[in-house]
Design a protein around this ligand. Sequence first.
Ligand SMILES: Nc1ncnc2c1ncn2[C@@H]1O[C@H](COP(=O)(O)OP(=O)(O)OP(=O)(O)O)[C@@H](O)[C@H]1O
Ligand SMILES: [Mg+2]
Length: 232
Amino acid sequence: MSESGMSDKAILSCRSLGKSYEEGPESVEVLAGLQLELHPGERVAIVGKSGSGKSTLLNLLGGLDTPTTGSVWLDGEELSALSEKKRGLLRNRALGFVYQFHHLLPEFTALENVCMPLLIGKTAIPEARQRATALLERVGLGHRLEHKPAELSGGERQRVAIARALVNNPGLVMLDEPTGNLDSHTAQGIQDLMLELSTSMRTAFLVVTHDMNLARQMDHVLHLQDGCLTPI
Ligand SMILES: Nc1ncnc2c1ncn2[C@@H]1O[C@H](COP(=O)(O)OP(=O)(O)OP(=O)(O)O)[C@@H](O)[C@H]1O
Ligand SMILES: [Mg+2]
């Protein structure tokens, strides 16, 4: 750890990360001051029972929610020290996010949804379309480019969300139950894509999953229990 609180090469780190929710007079502590550090190309799975705080943790690490205690550094920047605008730009550049329940834009096609992070990052439209198409083909959706989310199956929507998370070649992708509603063949394809990208592009993956088959293929498996992470 350097003075800034993170070791030089970590893509993501947090220290003393805590989160409590106020429920009337009571305070419910979900995360109790945990530490985590992820390096380029590293693959970590987080497992834990329902309600243990896995989604809460990902939301804090991805800058979607603010912690009660502690700090998060993404690509060397402390999230809480940035303005909302700078935090948004950093997230778009450095982070891909796949939510537990997909958040695709309903008015846009699969192709347009995947192009979006590139267009926000000022990539020219033809190049954005080409890269998005290539990635959608890779997740097996080359024949569904012009479909809107409502015209796709649950698993297809999840694959669009995964393509969108990867299209910017971010240093880190966080996934919340990416294979939760996929058949085993499609889940295996997603898993293979993650392993391949982590090797070829040094993309780090932080994946929350109930799927022990997926978890076991990551470099480390951490168990979230009583607000803390312990290696399995
Ligand atoms: N906005 C909120 N206000 C109050 N309590 C909340 C809020 N969000 C989450 N919680 C509580 O925090 C705990 C952790 O929720 P979280 O969604 O992080 O669990 P999880 O591990 O992702 O569960 P699952 O595996 O079911 O997705 C739960 O007990 C939940 O009720
Ligand atoms: Mg969850």
